[in-house]
Write a protein that binds this ligand. Structure first.
Ligand code: ATP
Length: 435
């Protein structure tokens, strides 16, 4: 099923996933706020990543480095010099474009003549302290990766690590994109989930293949359909200045195949550069072979916002149920922001309401659970379907006598009658992440 982005944007707004930022002031372009459901979705995506990358492995350490870093970091990394996009302006309608987005050197909007390209640095600049001058300039990090490189030695020594091992980090990054757009696909402020995996030179190709496969499997495990994922190898001309080879995992977004995650072989570029620019030698000494070398680095670099969007789009379903359209999000249970909804069949019956609230309270400390009695049962189910809640528990008159409830599964709409004492056990088999 082909889904238009407008449908996703509208559902996200209606159901509290994502709102236009600063809407009451007319909005700040291409800037979005994650509402109650969106923050839950994003948190689950990050947790699923962290669990898979850090907790379930023995060769990975986590890190949370600062957004602001010493400005020399960006001289060493090459970002001051080359983190640029070629910018062109239309002389007639004054619109701006990334030259590499255009097929021909004319304005795609009005056919007007374009200026020659200027290199535009994508890093946001700011100043530390009260004086706004060159000496106090710092940048908002355009990637989390450099925070990992500058901590390589701290982690190597404090955690007594040996090559191969990796460092993982989730955090905000900022890029002054010339052409942001497509909802949260490309924004100026976004979150990344990055791994720098340090390996012995010569084993880098093998590790690169390994990580491409691991990351593809992760998207599939959490619900993205195989046919909506593909791998694309970068041509030599589009590779970043540091990379030896790079694969993009692409997703079939409504606007076409686009990058979800980049997995690059960064060689020993970064550690060598930081050795040259700092007063630390970041060379690695292998105790066993007595060799010294700069490790090569494989970097799987994913976007939290882009993957949350892909999970949303892939989960979006419409079907016809007895002549009525049903919209639901078939999220993997671990990704779903709300896991269980407890719904009383009759909201005017005090005893049913009381029992429902008690059930909700009992499971709330295990799973994100909501209670809702603001409509008829049909309407309540529709609401939960649209936010992708995997299980709805309905309490009815009979529940008061037989101490049993109906559990409805979102995708199949199949209903099971189970005893109230069995709810916890029933749900335990369905989720692997808590909350
Ligand atoms: P693109 O070619 O789309 O500009 P990129 O190749 O510059 O992306 P990377 O530097 O490889 O992107 O960044 C790694 C990941 O960070 C991307 O795969 C994406 O998921 C995320 N990302 C990068 N830029 C943005 C952005 N402006 N908005 C949202 N996510 C982003």
């Amino acid at each position: 099923m082909k889904i238009e982005m407008e449908k996703i944007v509208s559902l996200c707004k209606r159901r509290g996933f994502i709102f236009q930022n600063s809407e009451i002031y007319g909005g700040l372009g291409n800037t979005w706020d994650y509402g109650p459901l969106g923050v839950g979705l994003k948190k689950n995506v990050k947790e699923a990543w962290w669990k898979n990358i850090v907790y379930e492995r023995e060769d990975m350490e986590g890190l949370d480095s600062a957004i602001l870093m010493h400005p020399n970091t960006w001289l060493a990394s090459g970002h001051v010099e080359s983190f640029t996009d070629p910018l062109v302006d239309c002389k007639k309608c004054k619109k701006r474009f990334r030259e590499d987005d255009l097929d021909k050197h004319i304005c795609p909007e009005c056919g007007g003549e374009l200026t020659d390209p200027r290199q535009f640095n994508l890093m946001f600049k700011t100043f530390v302290g009260p004086v706004e001058n060159e000496a106090s300039t710092v940048y908002l990090r355009p990637e989390t990766a450099q925070g990992i490189f500058i901590n390589f030695f701290n982690i190597l020594t404090s955690m007594r690590r040996k090559i191969p091992f990796g460092i993982a980090q989730i955090g905000k990054a900022f890029r002054n994109e010339i052409t942001p757009g497509n909802f949260v696909f490309r924004t100026r402020e976004f979150e990344q989930m990055e791994i720098e995996y340090f390996v012995k030179p010569g084993t880098d190709k093998e590790w690169h293949d390994y990580w491409v496969n691991e990351r593809l499997e992760w998207y599939k495990k959490y619900g993205i359909k195989q046919e909506n994922l593909r791998l694309r190898e970068h041509g030599k001309d589009e590779m970043a200045h540091y990379a030896k080879s790079c694969f993009d995992i692409e997703y079939l977004f409504p606007m076409g195949w686009s990058e979800l995650e980049g997995i690059a072989n960064r060689t020993d570029f970064d550690l060598k550069q930081h050795t040259n620019y700092s007063n630390r030698n970041l060379i690695y000494f292998d105790e066993e072979t007595k060799e010294k070398y700069f490790p090569y680095v494989i970097e799987p670099s994913a976007g939290v916002d882009r993957s949350s969007l892909a999970f949303l789009i892939d989960a979006y379903k419409e079907e016809d149920v007895r002549g009525r359209k049903r919209v639901f999000l078939s999220f993997h249970p671990d990704i779903a922001p709300v896991k269980v909804a407890v719904l009383p069949l009759l909201r005017n019956r005090g005893d049913i309401v009381e029992l429902s609230k008690k059930i909700k309270k009992d499971i709330l400390n295990q799973y994100v659970t909501v209670y809702d009695d603001t409509g008829s049962i049909g309407r309540l189910y529709r609401r939960q379907d649209e936010i992708g809640t995997p299980y709805c528990i309905t309490v009815d008159v009979q529940s008061l006598e037989d101490r049993a409830v109906t559990i409805r599964e979102r995708d199949s709409m199949q209903q099971d009658r189970i005893s109230i004492d069995q709810i916890s056990q029933y749900l335990k088999d369905k989720f692997s992440l808590l909350h």
